[in-house]
Design a protein around this ligand. Structure first.
Ligand SMILES: Nc1nc2c(ncn2[C@@H]2O[C@H](COP(=O)(O)OP(=O)(O)O)[C@@H](O)[C@H]2O)c(=O)[nH]1
Ligand SMILES: [Mg+2]
Length: 272
């Protein structure tokens, strides 16, 4: 169970395999990614705060292990987050097509149910693994660690993680990624950064998607960006359209720079 929103104890399936509970990330930590419903039922507010702190601390242990693994192998990982339908999978498909094999990459897809998105990614020519979180509303670092092992990532590659569509809980869970990327589409309203500030505070980049629709909508893109920067002044914003290709060049350039930097920053013992 996620203490943040109270989502249920999902039966997480990763590429057809159940999430291995009680796996130790590294060292003495020993925990499950979700508390059981019984553990959080009828508990006092201070106890809930403590449970949330424990849950996030345990997640951070797995996230650190993921980050060490990714860094050691020169893998640049991005965590894509948004509300459902803002265009994450479409953007990934277009990104894979545009990169056209120039960078080795793999995708982790998160959804509560179905492997539709992983199938869309595989059809675009990239390896993908689906995590189904059941009733869970976000990916956590333990799930991603297991998915990474099952995927068998190439060294010096790009890992794209599509989180469960939700503008709230995914913001709280470090997956070990290099950057969180939030996607806001122009059909969602300018005020979403103000309504869901944690998400826009946690992200390093905001992709303002579906800009091809702007001529047909009453949506003020400048105002949406101003709201987002009010929450996070350092937020990098790229206006894109996954459909028309607008802004894709800047997005791809940013990804390529990140991949080069991840390889350059590999710890010395990883060479040779
Ligand atoms: N007009 C337009 N539609 C888009 C764009 N990107 C995605 N869509 C559409 O938005 C819908 C949801 O896209 P999807 O990639 O499944 O969103 P996800 O739930 O965030 O993964 C689909 O019908 C897409 O074709 C875009 O840039 N412009
Ligand atoms: Mg999707």
């Amino acid at each position: 169970m996620c203490v943040t929103c109270g989502c249920g104890n999902g039966h997480t399936i990763i590429g057809g395999h159940a999430l291995r509970q009680q796996r130790k990330p590294d060292g003495p930590l020993h925990f499950r990614s979700h508390e059981t419903d019984a553990q959080v039922a009828d508990v006092s507010a201070p106890r809930i705060v403590k449970l949330e702190q424990d849950l996030l601390a345990k997640n951070d242990g797995y996230a650190d292990a993921n980050r060490r693994y990714l860094s050691k192998h020169g893998i640049f990982a991005l965590n894509l987050m948004s509300s459902p339908g803002s265009g994450k999978t479409t953007l990934l498909v277009k990104t894979i097509a545009a990169l056209n094999g120039t960078l080795p990459l793999a995708v982790i897809e998160g959804d509560q149910q179905t492997d539709n998105d992983a199938a869309r990614i595989r059809a675009a020519g990239a390896p993908a693994i689906q995590i189904n979180t059941g009733k869970g509303c976000h990916l956590d670092a333990q799930m991603v660690g297991q998915a990474v092992q099952q995927l068998g990532l190439q060294h010096n590659s790009l890992l794209l993680i599509e989180n469960v569509g939700n503008l709230v809980c995914p913001a709280s869970f470090d997956l070990g990624e290099a950057h969180k990327v939030v996607i806001l589409s122009v059909t969602e309203g300018e005020d979403k950064p103000l309504k869901y500030p944690d998400m826009f505070r946690a992200a390093d980049v905001m992709l303002l998607n579906k800009c091809d629709l702007l001529p047909y909508l009453d949506f003020d893109a400048d105002l949406a960006i101003e709201y987002a920067r009010r929450i996070n002044p350092k937020l990098r914003v790229i206006r894109i359209s996954a459909s028309s290709g607008e802004g894709m060049a800047e997005w791809l350039e940013w990804i390529k720079d990140g991949c080069s930097n991840a390889v350059a920053a590999k710890p010395e013992e990883s060479f040779g």
